[in-house]
Design a protein around this ligand. Structure first.
Ligand code: URA
Length: 451
């Protein structure tokens, strides 16, 4: 005889519908039942919607996070190698943006600041890019290592860059699919449980969140971004992990490159401290500063550096000394990149310059519209199943505040032979001119949210 279930799901739904909080056992029951298939999708969908409308308490959010984490494998690095006894494991999570290649610079810099970085990343979806797609543009690069390889790379190089494996938080994958079709994605507690469960399972001691805020971000205004940052920090701290959120601007693209292989190229310029032109250096500067700042925040939070001034100075030295570049090369070699991969990155066959059709001061560059143009070019994914072309992309030649004349180059499209992209009719929608409110400030960091 099979034992009766611990709870009647319809009673739990009634409780949530009436705005009451579920307790730890009830949440664990729902997540476990959904994972093993004993609770059907329609009941879990009803729970998600009731929670979306009535809210989840801080405690419910933390317990949901714990239950999702416990649905799969969890890393315990110190149990895997005696060399890790005094190590500090740290990661960064970004809520996603256009041209956001921070991870590729931050990970090797963080290793130079004596952190171990078992970074787990996602693919691009919609107008935002993903670290996995960018790294997979490196010929030979693989992101599904064995546990033994991860331990070896973290020990030797300090970084291991992976895609989320199927056995890590499997309940999150199922819940995300259900949220996607029930209009319950944009709930701060549900986003929190989804993100923090994965960081918790990753076994890190420190997480720095880069919560993007702006028209090209998941969170378009400051109160929303703040609420997400606060919720992420609280849940992460509740999991016993040191956490901090930086709310950063995501209105215009980060750096000059938007795409995949071309974004890796821009990271190589930053890590080499060697750019094809002064203009490329200028456009990458805010992105580099943000990458160094977030790596430094990780080091201070993790205690491998005592002060922010020291951490920033050491982060900068990691670039100028070439040590961060060496770490990136070691990561690439560990993870299967072919010899001389830098010169074998996929490249678009042709480029086409897009010119200004009027004179004036550029006050806005609408990153979301650029991201959507990137999808039409094949550099981004409209649905999770879409295939992308890692070689194509957009190269920005200007930034807000620049004054241009009619006919000046604004951007360069990197295209496949014969590929036609009608972007000219959109120039006036992508570039804003002469807005009296002026260009946005160049500082990307808006505010820090601490535990
Ligand atoms: N990223 C995630 O991993 N989960 C969410 O729910 C939203 C963004």
């Amino acid at each position: 005889m099979t034992a009766a279930p611990a709870f009647l799901v319809s009673e739990l739904l009634r409780k949530k519908r009436d705005g009451l909080a579920l307790n730890d056992d009830e949440i664990a029951f729902l997540v476990r039942g959904f994972s093993d298939g004993s609770i059907p999708d329609y009941q879990v969908a009803a729970w998600l919607m009731a929670g979306y409308l009535k809210g989840f308490s801080r405690h419910e959010t933390l317990f949901l996070t714990r239950s999702v984490k416990e649905s799969g494998r969890c890393f315990d690095w110190r149990a895997l190698s005696a060399n890790f006894h005094n190590a500090v494991f740290a990661d960064k999570h970004s809520s996603g943006g256009v041209g956001d290649k921070v991870s590729l610079v931050l990970a090797p810099v963080a290793a130079c600041l004596d952190l171990k970085v078992p970074m787990m990343s996602g693919r691009g979806l919609g107008h935002t890019g993903g670290t996995v797609d960018k790294l997979e543009s490196i010929p030979g690069f693989t992101m599904q290592p064995s546990e033994r390889q991860m331990v070896e790379w973290l020990d030797r190089t300090g970084v291991c860059l992976t895609a989320q494996s199927h056995d890590l938080c499997p309940a999150d994958r199922k819940l995300y699919h259900l949220r996607d079709v029930t209009a319950t994605i944009d709930s701060v507690p549900l986003i929190t449980a989804s993100i923090v469960s994965k960081k918790w399972a990753e076994g890190v001691d420190v997480v720095v969140y880069d919560v993007k805020c702006g028209e090209a971000a998941f969170m378009t205004d400051l109160p929303q971004a703040r609420a997400l940052g606060r919720s992420l920090v609280d849940a992460t701290a509740g999991a016993g992990i040191r956490a901090l959120a930086c709310v950063t601007r995501m209105d215009e693209p980060l750096g000059s490159m938007i795409g995949n292989a071309n974004e890796v190229t821009e990271c190589l310029w930053m890590l080499r401290d060697d750019y094809p032109s002064a203009n490329h250096r200028r456009l990458a500067a805010p992105l580099l500063e943000l990458s160094l700042r977030l790596a430094a925040e990780m080091a201070v939070l993790g205690g491998t550096r005592g002060t922010m001034a020291q951490a920033i100075s050491d982060a900068r030295a990691a670039i100028t000394s070439g040590r961060a570049l060496q770490v990136f090369m070691d990561i690439a070699r560990n993870q299967g990149a072919v010899a001389s991969w830098e010169s074998r990155l996929p490249q678009a066959a042709v480029t086409r310059v897009v010119k200004a059709t009027r004179s004036g001061t550029i006050t806005h560059i609408h990153a979301r519209r650029l991201g959507l143009a990137g999808i039409r070019m094949g550099a981004g994914r409209a649905t999770a199943e879409s295939r992308i072309d890692v070689a194509v992309g957009i190269e920005m030649l200007v930034r807000p505040g620049d004054v241009v004349a009619n006919g000046d180059a604004l951007m360069r499209l990197h295209l496949q032979a014969g590929q036609t992209v009608e972007i000219e009719p959109e120039i006036e929608r992508i570039f804003g001119f002469d807005d009296p409110s002026g260009p946005p400030v160049s500082e990307l960091l808006i505010e820090r949210i601490t535990a």
